[in-house]
Design a protein around this ligand. Structure first.
Ligand code: E4P
Length: 225
């Protein structure tokens, strides 16, 4: 079954969706932390780990391979559920980092990927998760739906262990399309997640049934005993 990761670092939002029973993990990035204001980074990551018992992606921010490896190792030492997010740099640097971290037994999420080639390279380098940025990939002229289909099929046929996470989601329709295409994991912003239980027709149907129930109760009351 598809897994849902929360694309947020807000504790209130994480609590809200954890209560729904649909949160399998959490993904964060530098922009997500910026929107949280001046929070203590390590403490917030640990608080998130305390709320959701699943993979929690924390992104590396340094520049060189040794720095990125050291940063990834540091994050992984904070909590057993932390997955180190490493960007797919165009010079292959990120692949080296993912490969070294994988050799050290650290789970990784190779991120900011737009193409099928990037996903495959990340999987070969030993990434635990490979993240496709759905809308940004579309903006770059790619067909993310076909990429998801192809990756999901290849992962089955070729026994590729790396799970595809689909991120950069803007609408509930994006979620439905990506899930139907075979995404293993969806990472979904709170704004989109909140819209997903809603259908105008469901609301109308609930109101229709409530009205019928009130009429039924009124008919019972008016029956002679
Ligand atoms: C997830 O891993 C990504 O960080 C996130 O989905 C990116 O989304 P954006 O395109 O809205 O920045």
């Amino acid at each position: 079954m598809v897994q849902i990761f929360l694309d947020t670092a807000s504790l209130a939002e994480i609590e809200e969706f954890a209560r729904w029973g649909i949160a399998d993990g959490v993904t964060t990035n530098q922009k997500i932390f910026l929107s949280e204001g001046g929070v203590d980074f390590k403490q917030r990551v640990l608080d998130i780990c305390g709320l959701v018992n699943g993979p929690i992606s924390v992104e590396t921010t340094r520049t060189t391979v040794p720095e990125l490896i050291a940063e990834g190792k540091e994050y992984a030492s904070w909590h057993g559920n932390i997955v180190v997010k490493v960007a797919m740099y165009g010079d292959g640097r990120g692949l080296q980092v993912v490969n070294q971290l994988a050799k050290a037994g650290i789970k990784t999420n190779m991120t900011v990927m737009m193409t099928y080639n990037q996903l495959m390279l990340a999987a070969k380098a030993g990434a635990t998760y490979v993240s496709l940025f759905y809308n940004r990939s579309k903006e770059a002229g790619q067909d993310p739906v076909q990429i998801i289909r192809d990756y999901a099929a290849a992962s089955k046929e070729q026994n590729i262990p790396a799970r595809i996470i689909v991120g950069s989601i803007r609408t509930p329709e994006d979620v439905a399309t990506a899930m139907a295409a075979g995404a293993h994991v969806m990472t979904i912003p709170s704004k989109v997640l909140r819209q997903m239980p809603f259908s105008k027709r469901s609301e109308e149907t609930i109101a229709e049934f409530d009205k019928a129930w009130q009429e039924f109760l009124a008919a019972q009351k008016s029956k002679p005993v």
